[in-house]
Unconditional design. Structure first.
Ligand SMILES: [Zn+2]
Length: 499
């Protein structure tokens, strides 16, 4: 048996002004063949899990091509074209294969298509036919379209948010698909609810969504089904066809359908309970004055989260704390490539007047005039602390650490994996030495920061990943969608597909 591995992976935020071009992908991950294998094998990534599941079952791995970018704007045409050209060539070169397993985000939009993942699955079917097993792994925030369901035999998603199970999600997809390769019959059932939720408002480690996940896990543990995925559609994705899906995979067709029906009803029932109250700067300052020594207040600037496709260039929280409480020690972070260049030009130890913030999305983020001192300059690579993606090397691009009053601010050229403390630590800003640590992440920071933060608060600065979804400029997504409208029983609750 031989299985080809492929990846096309980005989380699109339609409201992000800057399109994602091929260069953005090349910076994060762009590899073919042996290089592709070497960069994912043994890593806490979906493809790492897929490779281990294949090798455990004695199936030959054919490393194909992978292209991955951090969350950002709508992908340019050249991105999918590059993937398609390579996929077609690899399909003619790889010889006969029995399966094709792909790593997706699941909420991937391009200027040409609302559904890049669906297109990639259709292409895989066209290239290899119906006899080949096609499986894919997705983010919990994927938008699983009917096209994806129709063209994949197996779909799995992260079962954690904050996401810490990338490896296991790929492993699950491959293990289930390997069973199909071995001749077993498994049914996959699927349905959706018309719902988007602000991604900072819920997690799978507490609250009502945890209850839903536990109820579904119980169905796997008692053998009713083999696997489930419960998606919360990426809420800043403006597409015609969308929804928060449930997928159940099992040996019994009716059981799989019934679990999807139950999962959808449970998700719909908690729709009013998935919003986290926002905090004010006064509340942040009050917490900063009372926090335990060595345990900072972690403040999520979640609406400016590059993990969710926002620009990461907003400086409002730091500026407002400095104005109201100049004695509070702040560990800050901001994306500002122009300021980084200026810091490199001036050098370590220099003090000068500069503007900070609003460098990438001035329509959403203000610029501030400050006096700053350059503390250190960096090339920008750092190793992710995790637990999610631990050991993976990421880059924030050329980076400067600057001092502004009582704030030490990491100024990056292009931050990603923003929930990871190494984004501060690696650049000389140790969060436990401050009163407040600013995090440009919705939820991913809650696992690593939860280990040392006194309290975790969140402030909405109204950037591209704001929780105020009803105020965002959706043009394509139906208005028959929660939270735009609400009803007791949307008709989608009864539209369950199974194959
Ligand atoms: Zn996600």
């Amino acid at each position: 048996m031989r299985v080809l591995l492929m990846e096309i992976n980005q989380e699109t935020n339609t409201f992000c002004a800057t399109p994602a071009v091929l260069e953005d992908y090349k910076r994060t991950f762009f590899a073919e063949g042996e290089e592709f294998y070497n960069r994912v094998h043994g890593k806490q990534l979906c493809l790492g899990g897929m490779i281990d599941a294949l090798e455990e079952d004695g199936i030959e791995v054919i490393p194909g091509f992978g292209i991955r970018a951090t969350a950002g704007g709508v992908s340019a045409s050249e991105v999918y074209k590059e993937f398609e050209t390579r996929f077609r060539r690899i399909a003619t070169e790889c010889g006969t294969i029995d399966g094709c397993y792909l790593s997706f985000h699941g909420a991937h939009q391009s200027v040409d298509s609302d559904d890049v993942c669906g297109d990639a699955l259709v292409l895989a079917r066209e290239l290899f036919g119906n006899e080949v097993v096609i499986a894919c792994s997705c983010d919990l925030h994927g938008n699983i379209t009917k096209k994806m369901f129709d063209n994949a035999d197996i779909i799995t998603a992260y079962q954690t948010y904050p996401h810490v199970d990338h490896y296991n999600t790929g492993y699950r997809a491959a293990k289930l698909a390997n069973r199909l390769l071995a001749g077993e019959k498994l049914y996959m059932a699927y349905g959706r609810v018309p719902m988007i939720q602000p991604a900072n408002g819920y997690s799978t480690s507490e609250g009502k969504l945890l209850d839903v996940m536990q109820a579904l896990f119980a169905k796997v543990e008692n053998g009713t089904i083999e696997d489930f995925s419960a998606f919360q559609m990426q809420p800043w994705l403006d597409v015609i066809e969308g929804g928060s899906a449930v997928i159940a995979i099992g040996k019994n067709e009716n059981a799989a359908k019934e679990i999807v029906r139950e999962g959808l009803r449970k998700m719909w029932a908690i729709r009013h309970d998935m919003v986290r109250p926002n905090n004010t700067i006064d509340e942040v300052i009050a917490a900063a004055r009372t926090h335990a020594e060595g345990k900072p207040v972690a403040v999520s600037d979640f609406s400016d989260s590059p993990n969710a496709g926002a620009a990461g260039d907003n400086f409002d929280i730091v500026a407002e704390i400095m104005e109201k409480a100049p004695d509070v020690k702040i560990a800050g972070i901001v994306n500002d490539p122009d300021l980084v260049k200026e810091c490199f030009r001036r050098g370590v130890g220099t003090t000068f007047e500069a503007t900070i913030g609003g460098s990438k999305s001035p329509e959403m983020s203000k610029s501030y005039s400050v006096t700053l001192t350059v503390c250190s300059l960096h090339e920008g690579s750092f190793t992710i602390e995790g637990p999610a993606m631990r050991g993976v090397v990421d880059s924030a691009g050329p980076t400067a650490t600057v001092k502004i009053g009582n704030a030490d601010v990491v100024v990056t050229s292009g931050m990603s994996t923003t929930g990871d403390p190494q984004l501060l630590r690696h650049f000389g800003v140790e969060p436990t030495l401050y009163d407040v640590a600013i995090v440009k992440a919705c939820t991913s920071f809650r696992v690593p920061y939860g280990k040392f933060a006194d309290v975790m608060l969140s402030v909405d600065t109204l950037c591209a990943s704001s929780a105020r979804l009803a105020e965002m400029p959706f043009k394509r997504l139906s208005r028959e969608f929660y939270p735009f409208t609400d009803c007791e029983h949307p008709k989608q609750l009864d539209e369950i597909y199974c194959k």
